[in-house]
Design a protein around this ligand. Sequence first.
Ligand code: CTP
Ligand SMILES: C[C@](O)(CO)[C@H](O)COP(=O)(O)O
Length: 401
Amino acid sequence: MGQEKCRIAAVIVAAGRGERAGQADGPKQYRLIGGRAVIAHTLETFLSHPQVDTVVVAIHADDGELLRKAAEDYHDRITIVIGGPTRQESVRLGLLALHEQAPAKVLIHDAVRPFCDLELITRTIDTITEKQGALPALPVADTLKREAFGGMVGETVPRAGLHGAQTPQGFPYGPIVAAHEQAHALGRHDFTDDAAIAEWARLPVMLVPGSPDNVKLTWARDISMADQRLKGTGSSFPDVRTGNGYDVHSFEAGDHVVLCGVSIPHNRKLSGHSDADVGLHALTDALLATCGAGDIGTHFPPSDPQWKGAASRRFVEHAVALVRARGGRIANADVTLICEAPKVGPHREAMVAELSSMLGIAGERISIKATTNEKLGFVGREEGIAAIATASVIYPGEVPA
Ligand SMILES: Nc1ccn([C@@H]2O[C@H](COP(=O)(O)OP(=O)(O)OP(=O)(O)O)[C@@H](O)[C@H]2O)c(=O)n1
Ligand SMILES: C[C@](O)(CO)[C@H](O)COP(=O)(O)O
């Protein structure tokens, strides 16, 4: 966040025990779906949203180690607080942790809604004003029945105008903290969501279209369905997408180049706004291409001074987060470096290790190749280095018919 004031914060509540899902395998927010903890998916989405400055996570006092393991990639980017005995209390404690930063807007989200997407977060943020909260919700689709004595149907409840509430629910920070504090002081601990507290405190809340994918994992079955979904099983035509990327940087005076995350001594360096890692730039574009997320310049404009000298690892990790936020699993990556010098072979193993840690996939799914340009063209004249990258990602669902 640098010196800037935090404008938009998120509180992710993760202090529940998950009794309805069964506790034999531990609290549901730490169970694995698609090979990663539920909460890791959730955190990744919020941390990769370009407008979210700060993320607070409310956890149970017993779960420090579980969170550490589940979210080790994100630990230094989140603030952890201990939650309370109810969701309402966990939210209140999470909000209080933001007291000093006093963001303009705050998003409150269940850790166990791992399929919340970036667009839904944006819609919610855009609807919050100084005097109004935002509630993503979907119109109820089933006919509603009220149960009467002995399991009999008592009556049919008109469903017109009824919506199922989702999270993230968004509010101006000051008013929602005040509402929570007031409810707490008056011993009102029975609110099941924050929009209900806002309603009680007479803070208007506007409906925002929710997402059918943004389900809350409540029962054991929800967790196994989420796992199946991310594994892409059950689909006859898995949604495998391939993206490519190309980049060039010219040489300037210097003593080393950075290629695929590895610093290599050389008689010149590559010129660029960031560390000019041509291999990682091509790979970033290849990853973004698999989900139509623009290119590296869309996310990291060279005109923005904050990327001056930046390690390009950051660009790849951002692209990986966007891919994962869409439920994508990276299958492989292939980078070809085109240069007369330096020699890439001696550094290939280190480069594969770098990419393996950035992409979260095994080294055998990564290929780094190098070729000269047979002394032809600008590469042949040793004026610069070019790189081509390809990545394949498996997304949930099927290829459309
Ligand atoms: N004391 C609590 C209770 C719930 N939550 C969080 O609120 C979200 C939605 O709650 P729910 O699905 O009801 O989770 P649990 O309370 O864990 O589930 P259960 O009611 O089945 O025990 C979850 O991310 C959960 O971790 C929380 O932070 N603190
Ligand atoms: C906040 C919430 O996700 C809105 O649908 C939901 O109310 C929380 O879950 P719970 O089962 O009511 O605790």
